[in-house]
Design a protein around this ligand. Structure first.
Ligand code: LR7
Ligand code: MN
Length: 536
């Protein structure tokens, strides 16, 4: 009798273990034999592809699955919204290429349903992190242009299913002039979901600004229209922003396969980066920082964010001037926002205890009215022109095709000009090779040839810089294109004199006839005394 009972228990245990494994395997296996070959044929792929290779986590994941809510909860979540009718009215026809319209496998997305369970991909220690009980609510902003209904609905439902309800003030959908206005209208039947529809195609940047302006919560959360948020994704981000409103935080962005929609954990050792052509890429956290990380739940500082999925304070977003609304369609706004944050004293971080899945694609499924390459150049050129000062030359060196391309108007930068006075005379340029002293002109008749900008260590006239021609006393000075690394262009004030940094020589007007050169510094000598006088 004892023997039979023991056997029965053993059989049950084995069956239970096998069942669990089968369930998990079902969750992650590729469930169709479709190939991805049709998904990667586009002019835009080289701009678009952020290179997902190497981003996926290698460690084995904890076998925890985030379950869908029970049926009663679901109907409460969706209110009057008729999910079945919404999804079934637009389905793939037999024989149609499932990648054509969205650059991901639509057939798989449609097959999945709107509330599948996904793995909790966080480090196990994240589960025991605690948050303030009084976190403020957020407005979720999702802009979309011709998104697939199944991915858009899954994004919305994952937010409603996996966020504490009191933290979701509203979900604002900004329909960027999609072909079918019904997508947005029908979704607004879901409780908390609002729909704003653009009257013409604006692109994601102006659409997000519109969404942010309409938001009623003090914290903004941006999401792409093909995401799935994971367990407790929101609390860590709101917590960090609540503690310091100048933080801009993003989750680790997990990968949803564009072929079979498997949800795959991304590496937790990466941060945002870019090259001089302003192309976004993921980079390894520097090794010293990685070694010093003994708490895997701590934030990771990042120079830039990927752009689509982040949380920030609404007041801070407005204080920074929101986005550059002259950027079109897609691209560049993530650098521009990141630069604003840094330069205005804020910070950017990735929170490893927050995970959001995103369908990474290899091409843009939508059109760019002015072409994809020109649009990317316009947007990144604006970011470079407005924020990168003399470093913009590296951008142009890395992307020579950007030179001369249209980028619209940018706000006139506030530059302080000075005259460089010596007695009643002023330092003046005549072309690049020749400099001299001439009678000082007065406002409003000051010519560009007498206006200098003194931004240490450079003495500039527009994009030209004052440079010595050799490192020896008696060498002539001239103007040449500014280059921040060029030591011949580096000066510093020394009393009333202007001293070349490396040679230690001083700018001397060589009276009575010039031309100016560099000479041994002699305190108080009139020919080495330059008095900057600000002009407007
Ligand atoms: O004209 C448009 N109007 C829109 O509303 C074009 C796009 N969109 C919407 C679109 O439906 C989607 O919801 O804007 C969102 C982003 O467009 P995607 O998904 O085609 O772009 P992406 O995922 O390649 O874009 C990444 O870089 C963009 C640069 O402008 C944006 O910052 C995206 O938000 C950003 N996505 C992410 O950061 C997710 C992680 C990807 C990475 C790295
Ligand atoms: Mn996207």
């Amino acid at each position: 009798m004892r023997r039979i009972r023991a056997n029965a228990i053993l059989i049950l245990t084995v069956a239970w273990i096998l069942g669990t494994f089968y369930y998990l395997w079902q969750d992650s296996k590729p469930s169709s034999s479709s190939s991805s070959s049709s998904s990667s044929s586009s002019s835009g792929s080289q701009l678009k592809n952020h290179g997902q290779k190497g981003r996926l986590e290698e460690r084995t994941l904890p076998l925890i699955v985030t379950h869908a809510p029970k049926l009663e909860q679901q109907s409460q979540l969706l209110g009057q919204f008729d999910e079945k009718a919404f999804l079934s009215s637009k389905q793939l026809k037999t024989g149609e290429d499932p990648y054509r319209e969205h650059a991901f496998n639509l057939q798989e997305s449609d097959r999945l349903g709107s509330e599948r369970a996904i793995r909790d991909t966080r480090h196990y220690r994240c589960a025991s992190v605690t948050f303030d009980p009084d976190l403020p609510p957020t407005s979720i902003i999702i802009t979309f242009h011709n998104e697939a209904r199944s991915t858009l609905l899954r994004t919305i439902k994952s937010v409603l299913m996996r966020s504490p309800p009191h933290l979701i003030q509203e979900i604002i959908l900004v329909d960027d002039f999609s072909s079918n206005p019904e997508d947005c209208r029908l979704l607004s039947q879901i409780p908390k979901v609002r729909c704003l529809r653009n009257e013409r195609r604006e692109g994601l940047i102006r659409s997000r600004v519109r969404g942010a302006s309409a938001a009623s919560a003090s914290i903004l959360t941006f999401l792409d229209s093909h995401c799935e948020v994971n367990t407790d994704w929101l609390q860590p981000m709101i917590q960090r922003v609540k503690e310091d409103h100048t933080r801009v935080v993003s989750p680790i962005i997990d990968v949803i396969s564009l072929d079979n929609f498997a949800y795959l954990a991304a590496s937790a050792d990466l941060r945002g980066g870019f090259d001089w052509s302003l192309h976004f890429k993921w980079e390894q956290i520097p090794i010293e920082q990685k070694m010093a990380r003994n708490d895997p739940t701590q934030p990771i500082r990042t120079p830039v964010i990927a752009g689509g999925i982040f949380v920030m304070d609404k007041g801070w977003f407005n204080h920074l001037g929101q986005y550059d609304t002259h950027m079109d369609i897609w691209g560049g706004e993530n650098f521009e926002l990141s630069f604003r944050v840094w330069m205005c004293g804020g910070s950017l971080e990735i929170l490893p205890c927050s995970r959001v899945g995103h369908v990474f694609r290899k091409r843009h499924p939508y059109d760019f009215p002015e072409g994809n390459a020109l649009t990317y150049i316009k947007n990144t050129r604006r970011a470079a022109e407005v924020w990168m000062d003399e470093y913009k030359q590296y951008y142009y060196a890395a992307r020579p095709s950007a030179q001369g391309k249209a980028f619209g108007r940018i706000p006139e930068q506030e530059v302080a000009y000075s005259l460089l006075k010596q007695g009643g005379l002023c330092l003046e340029s005549h072309g690049t090779d020749s400099l001299g002293l001439a009678e000082c002109k007065t406002t409003p008749n000051i010519p560009a040839s007498q206006k200098w900008t003194l931004i240490e260590p450079q003495i500039r006239q527009q994009d030209l810089c004052l440079a010595i021609t050799a490192f020896t006393a008696g060498s002539k000075v001239r103007l040449e294109p500014c280059n921040i690394k060029e030591s011949r262009q580096k000066w510093k004030p020394r009393g009333p004199a202007l001293q070349h940094m490396i040679s230690g020589l001083c700018l001397d007007s060589q009276p009575p006839s010039g031309p100016p050169l560099v000479a041994q510094c002699r305190p108080q000598v009139a020919s080495q005394s330059w008095e900057p006088q600000l002009v407007t």
